[in-house]
Design a protein around this ligand. Structure first.
Ligand SMILES: NC(=O)c1ccc[n+]([C@@H]2O[C@H](COP(=O)([O-])OP(=O)(O)OC[C@H]3O[C@@H](n4cnc5c(N)ncnc54)[C@H](O)[C@@H]3O)[C@@H](O)[C@H]2O)c1
Length: 439
């Protein structure tokens, strides 16, 4: 057994290992909290000075993440936040949680991961553990990151330890916080796996060790592709059943009574967030290397990306039935966050819905209690938007109200009562009403 790994394992067991988390976003910040809560000393690294500044002031920049524990750890000198990456050399374990988006051709953009690997390589020392958590295609840790980290002569598995452990964060989930979610861990070597497993065993309810980093990378992709494909399936069911005059929501409720072999997924206005609309295409790209073209992923992507157009078409149709043209119609979109009760706008289908309705000549405004003014979105950088107050008189003045996100803060009964027409893409309004159309 490697002597360095034994030393690091002991440090981890004694909670003396210094933890560095690179990338303090939706994944990195909860991870910082999980390690602080278990008594570790943590340093958060980020290139965004605003985040560093806010953390130092004890303020959270992510609405659903309270940072009281970070504040008290900061006072007790167990937490610091910095953009000085030279301090990485002092860390015993470095966990990387930087973005893995797609580029403009929908190919994986690994620049954040590779840039971070370069930064870590600049100060890497013997005995460190480096873990990648960012979702990516199989081979990234061993074949792309490792050569960079070994550039200065240190060897993975001998001088330092290398692992991949995918994040399973579910933002806004009140039950499954980081510490309560089992964590898959794969190492470059047996020693790498042992050290990484020892680290995560300290902070999560259960670890799931696997035989390689590639298995761990693929497991995360399978989880997300599984969601994307199943959401596409119910979205297709929704469109078929709507034509047949059958309520898809009631059908899903009925099918869910089967105690085995069925798991409910729900239709919606389209996919959003950093993961499900993006990650499957990491595998599509990798599959090309072995001359395979992914079919389920492409088909699911096609159906899911069509959903905002479907919502638009249902809005136009419902307005038409009320002798109202979309041209000049006043439409209020409720919710710009991609899912309920969070302030994350990334890849939100609401942007597409707003943009499509505007293209058709509608006057579109939006309300979101969690996002007063969204930052520029990747695909719609020029949509200038600001949340309008939600009042009965505003609802009454609208030709249509589109429910794109079912935030708990909304009183849907009140919304339905005060609106002429509601296009409901979330089954938020349960009672049958003549002014409510499911989309
Ligand atoms: N958000 C989720 O629910 C979720 C769930 C599971 C997995 N993931 C994966 O985790 C990874 C991170 O996602 P996220 O949602 O936390 O992203 P995020 O954008 O919220 O956070 C990423 C952070 O990394 C910082 N950053 C970017 N480049 C950096 C660099 N070179 N050095 C240091 N910091 C840098 C950014 O400033 C930002 O604060 C992605 O691969 C994503 O697919 C996300």
């Amino acid at each position: 057994m490697n002597r360095l790994s034994l030393i690091l394992e002991r440090k981890i067991r004694d909670k003396k290992a210094k933890i560095g988390v690179i990338g303090l976003g939706y994944v990195g910040l909860p991870l910082v909290k999980a390690f602080l809560n278990k008594g570790f000393t943590v340093t958060g690294f980020d290139i965004d000075p605003r985040k560093i500044r806010m953390l130092k002031q004890g303020r959270s920049y992510l609405k659903h993440i309270a940072i009281d524990d970070v504040k008290s750890a900061f006072k007790a000198r167990r937490f610091s936040a910095t953009d000085d990456f030279k301090r990485l050399s002092r860390m015993d374990a470095i966990i990387i949680c930087v973005p893995t988006p797609l580029d403009s051709h929908r190919n994986p953009d690994l620049s954040f991961v590779l840039h971070t690997a370069e930064t870590v390589a600049a100060t890497i020392r013997k005995g460190q553990l480096i873990v990648l958590e960012s979702t990516t295609y199989p081979g990234t840790t061993d074949d792309e990151m490792r050569p960079i980290l070994e550039r200065n002569g240190l060897r993975a598995g001998h001088d330092f330890f290398l692992a991949f452990s995918p994040e399973r964060e579910n933002p806004g989930d009140p039950v499954f916080s980081t510490a309560r979610i089992p964590k898959v861990v794969g190492g470059y070597s047996k020693d790498c796996l042992r050290v990484a497993n020892a680290l995560y065993s300290q902070v999560v309810v259960k670890t799931v060790p696997v035989s390689s980093t590639k298995v761990a990378e693929s497991a995360k992709l399978l989880e997300n592709i599984f969601r994307s494909v199943n959401i596409a399936l119910v979205n297709e069911m929704k469109m078929i059943l709507d034509r047949l005059g059958i309520d898809v929501w009631e059908v899903i409720r009925a099918a869910s009574s089967k105690p085995f072999g069925f798991m409910p997924f729900y239709p919606g206005p389209g996919l959003g967030g950093h993961c499900i609309p993006i990650d499957p295409f990491y595998l599509t790209w990798k599959a090309r290397e072995v001359e395979y073209s992914t079919k389920f992923i492409e088909l699911a992507g096609e159906i899911n990306t069509f959903m905002p157009s479907y919502v638009m078409a249902k809005t136009i149709e419902a307005l038409g039935q009320r002798c109202r043209s979309i041209k000049g119609a006043r439409v209020l979109v409720l919710g710009i966050a991609y899912k309920k009760d969070i302030d994350d706008q990334r890849e939100s289908p609401s942007f597409k819905i707003i943009s499509l309705l505007r293209e058709k000549g509608a006057k579109v405004s939006y309300n979101d209690p969690h996002i007063p003014a969204p930052g520029p979105s990747r695909e719609y950088p020029h949509l200038s938007l600001r949340s309008v107050p939600l009042t009965a008189s505003r609802l009454k003045s609208m030709d249509a109200v589109v429910i794109a996100t079912d935030h708990s803060a909304y009183d849907f009964d009140w919304i339905a009562k005060n609106s002429r027409l509601v296009v409901d893409a979330r089954n938020a309004i349960k009672k049958r009403r003549s002014n409510v159309v499911k989309a």
